[in-house]
Design a binder for this molecule. Structure first.
Ligand SMILES: Nc1ncnc2c1ncn2[C@@H]1O[C@H](COP(=O)(O)OP(=O)(O)OP(=O)(O)O)[C@@H](O)[C@H]1O
Ligand SMILES: [Mg+2]
Length: 348
């Protein structure tokens, strides 16, 4: 288990002039709708508790209005909470002075925005170097550093272009390079890829995952897209009406959706591609047959299992050590479980 980088405790955000006076009613069960209808205040976040591990990608997922942006903006205190605590590296960000906060925002966090937010009259190179120069870095060093990041996002040769001369995907590469150039350990990404076409979006996801293998940043990645969440997230927290209704790794969310809302959310995913063998194996059991990697997808496992004489395989970890077994029955069961339980509901 990696160390907690960011800890969010009992966080509430109510929008409106008398926000604080509604904390107790909300704690005692007043709903978002009731607060809005009867008191004209908006419940943005409702008792958020989340430990974000260091060097991992934490996805925050939820539909429009569920509180994703409100939550991420608390992390660099662009929004002040109505109640609760946020600590980064065990430091309470809510008690920071203006000066400390400015340092924290510059040195520890960087952001990638949905609408790229590039400076239109500056070149690619100048845009990427911008964060460094406002940090007080010498121009020549800023130039050198930004060159490296431009290269890392695959934009070498485009340094002297202006944002308007680039496609959306290329502009967002600039946005990513700019965010990475400051070396901040925490990367905040609010729907950073949502404005891009599907193919370009997948490209950007690949670039991010590839870079993360070396960078090991703590990334908070917001999306309303389940496929993106499953692909990108080491951990996922699902928000609804300002509340976290489930948190876990992608496998936990797919295998054990916390309620009907999440079951419904995940009903259309391609279970064969997303579920991994480790989620359906019997631990430690003696096993026969070929070895399957624990992160092998159900789809790939089915082909192998079907060809095995006993329809059974052993499961090995990333070091090749046997850790359990998996059977064809279990694999088929996992593939159809969601459908089966939904049908049961239908015919009750
Ligand atoms: N400044 C504000 N004043 C009043 N209400 C606000 C304010 N900012 C956000 N809200 C409300 O708080 C709730 C959460 O909004 P938020 O923008 O965090 O949602 P989101 O999940 O980011 O949505 P989207 O996917 O559309 O970006 C919504 O009900 C929104 O209307
Ligand atoms: Mg938002």
């Amino acid at each position: 288990m990696s160390k907690t980088k960011l800890k969010i405790e009992n966080l509430y955000k109510i929008f409106g002039p008398r926000a604080k006076s509604f904390i107790d009613p909300v704690k005692n069960g007043m709903s978002k709708q009731e607060l809005l209808d009867n008191h004209s205040h908006v419940l943005g976040l409702n008792n958020i508790n989340l430990d974000i591990p260091e060097q991992r990608i934490q996805v925050i997922m939820g539909l429009s209005g569920s509180g994703k942006s409100t939550l991420i903006r608390h992390i660099n205190r662009l929004i002040e909470p109505t109640a609760g605590a946020i600590t980064v590296d065990d430091e309470d960000i809510l008690s920071m002075s203006q000066l400390q906060l400015r340092e924290f925002r510059r040195k520890k966090t960087s952001m990638v925005f949905q609408k790229f937010a590039l400076l239109p009259h500056k070149t690619v190179a100048q845009n990427v170097a911008y964060g460094l120069t406002i940090q007080g870095e010498q121009e020549s060093i800023a130039k050198e550093k930004s060159h490296k990041w431009i290269e890392s996002v695959g934009l070498s040769g485009f340094e002297e272009r202006y944002p308007a001369q680039l496609s959306g995907g290329m502009q967002q590469r600039v946005g990513l390079a700019r965010a990475l150039a400051t070396d901040a350990p925490i990367l905040l990404m609010d729907e950073a890829f949502s404005a891009l076409d599907p193919l370009i979006r997948t490209d950007m996801q690949n670039i991010l995952l590839e870079l993360q293998k070396d960078l090991h940043k703590t990334i908070i990645f917001i999306t309303h897209d389940l496929d993106e969440a499953l692909r990108i997230g080491d951990n996922i927290a699902i928000l609804r009406d300002g509340k976290i209704i489930q948190k876990g790794d992608p496998q936990q969310i797919i295998m054990k959706p916390a309620d009907d809302y999440i079951s419904d959310f995940i009903k259309d995913i391609n279970r064969g591609k997303v579920i991994e063998v480790k989620s359906i194996m019997q631990k430690g059991s003696s096993s026969k047959g070929a070895s399957l990697d624990s992160s092998c997808s159900l789809e790939d496992a089915l082909k192998v299992l079907n060809n095995e004489k006993d329809n059974e395989c052993s499961v090995v970890d990333d070091k090749g050590k046997k850790i359990g077994k998996v059977t064809l029955d279990a694999a088929i069961g996992a593939l159809f479980r969601e459908k089966a339980s939904r049908n049961k509901e239908k015919y009750k």
